[in-house]
Design a protein around this ligand. Sequence first.
Ligand SMILES: Cc1cc2nc3c(=O)[nH]c(=O)nc-3n(C[C@H](O)[C@H](O)[C@H](O)COP(=O)(O)OP(=O)(O)OC[C@H]3O[C@@H](n4cnc5c(N)ncnc54)[C@H](O)[C@@H]3O)c2cc1C
Length: 450
Amino acid sequence: MWFRRDLRLRDNPALLAAVASAREDGDGRVVPLFVVDPALWLPSGPVRLEYLLASLGALDESLSGALLLQHGDPVEVLPEVVRAAGASSVHVSGDFAPYGTSRDAAVAHALDTVPLIATGSPYAVAPGRIRKPDDTAYRVFTPFYRAWLRHGWRAPLGPPPPDVAWWSPLECDGYPAGPGVGTLRLPPAGEQAAWDRWAAFRDSALGRYGEDRNRADLDGTSAMSHHLRFGEVHPRSLLAELGEDDETYRRELCWREFYADVLHHEPASAGRSLDARFDAEMRWSGGALADEALDAWRRGRTGYPFVDAGMRQLRAEGWVHNRVRMVVASFLVKDLHLPWQDGAREFMHWLRDGDLASNAHGWQWTAGCGTDAAPFYRVFNPVLQGLKFDPDGDYVRRYVPELRHLAGKAVHEPWNAPDGFDHGYPERMVDHATERDAALADFEAIRRPS
Ligand SMILES: Cc1cc2nc3c(=O)[nH]c(=O)nc-3n(C[C@H](O)[C@H](O)[C@H](O)COP(=O)(O)OP(=O)(O)OC[C@H]3O[C@@H](n4cnc5c(N)ncnc54)[C@H](O)[C@@H]3O)c2cc1C
C-alpha cells in the first residue's frame, strides 16, 4: 500500500483493496509505504513539510510503527520495494494532478508485470467523471454542483480489519529533517486530530456555518482544509455527516471537487490563466516598484488593515480565512496590478492546506481570469470588506499589533484616528479608488477586439 495524499486508515478504499489482495494472492501481509519524493519534497513550502512529517508520525503510530519510509524517485523505489517484498500488486488512491498522473504512469511502466492498482481518489467524485450532456467538462460551478449532486457518491467505508499483518521488507530510511517553521503555530496532525477537529466544528459551529462562514473574526469555519489536503479524512466521510440543512457546507466541499476537475482537464491552468488574454495582454506593474509592492503585500505592510491582517495570519498560522484570501488576492491583482501567479506562489509557500487546484483556481476566480462568471470588474474594497466581515475589528487587532490601541471598527481606518499611526503602522501604499479605476481601464483595453 503506497500512501500519498491519503494518510489515514479509515474509509481508505485503496487500503482495503491492498488488504483484500494480500489475502487472496499472498500470505496476507501488507507493506505500508510512503516515498519521500524529492520532486515533491523540494518545492514544497516548509509549513506543509512540517505538517506532513507530523501526519506521517501519526500514521506510523496507527500502524504500530510499521510505516516504511523510503527516499527517492518512486520510479526506482517502488520496483525495489516490490522485489524485496515479493509483492503481487501495488495499491494507491488515484492521483489526478499533473505531476501525480505522469508519475503514476511512469511507476506503472517500471513495475512491469506487477500491477499498480488505483482504487478511489481524494474526492467524493473522481475528477473527470462529471461531464456536461455534450461530454465536455464544466467551467461554471453551479451546473457542476447540480450534476455532482445528481451523480452522488458511495457511502464511507469503515477501517481496515483489525488484524492486518503490516510488515516492512526493508530498513526504513527514516524521517527527513524538517525545515522548521519558527514561531508559526501548526495544529495537531493525523487522522484522529482530523476527527477531533470535525467533531468540535460539527457540535459548535456547523449549524451556524451559513451565517458565520464569512466572518473573519469568528471561528466559524471547519478548518478541515489541511486534513483534506493530506487525506487524513475523506470528503465522503464528511459528506456522510451532513444533514439536509447543511447545504452550504456541502457546496463548499464541492468547490474543491470542481477545481480538481478543472485542473484535471486543463493541467496548464496550474500556472496559466484559463483566460489566455490575461497572461498575454494585461498591463502589469514592473521593475523595482513592482518588487517593492509585492514585498509590502507579502509582509502585510500595505497600509490596508484587513489585507495586512490576512497576510500576517498567513505567516503566523499557515492558514487564512477564505474571505480574507479573496480580499488579499483581489488587492494584489487589482490594486497593485501584479499577476496572480506571484500571489499564488506566496500562498503555496506558506499555506498548510496549499493545494495546486484550489489555489490556482481560487486565485484565478478572484483575479477574474478563471472559471465561473466571477467578473473582473468585481473589485473588493479592502476597507468595506473589513468593516463588514470583521465588524468589531477583532481580527485585525489579533494579527496587527501596531493597531491594537484602536478600539472597535476604528481599526479599519487608522487614517481617521489622530493616533492611528503612532505605533509604526504604515500609510496606505496606494489609493484604492484610483487603482480600481486603473485596473478596470486595463481590463477594458484587453477586452476590446483589436
Ligand atoms: C486565493 C485563494 C486561494 C486558495 N487556496 C487554497 C488552497 O491552496 N487549498 C485549499 O484547500 N483551499 C484554498 N482556497 C479555498 C478556501 O479558502 C479554503 O479551502 C478554506 O479557507 C479552508 O478553510 P476551512 O477548512 O475552514 O473551510 P470551510 O469553510 O470550513 O470549508 C470546508 C471545506 O470546503 C473546501 N472549500 C471551501 N471553500 C473552498 C474554495 N473556495 N475552493 C476550494 N475548496 C474550498 C475546503 O476543502 C474546506 O476545508 C483558496 C481560496 C482563495 C480565494
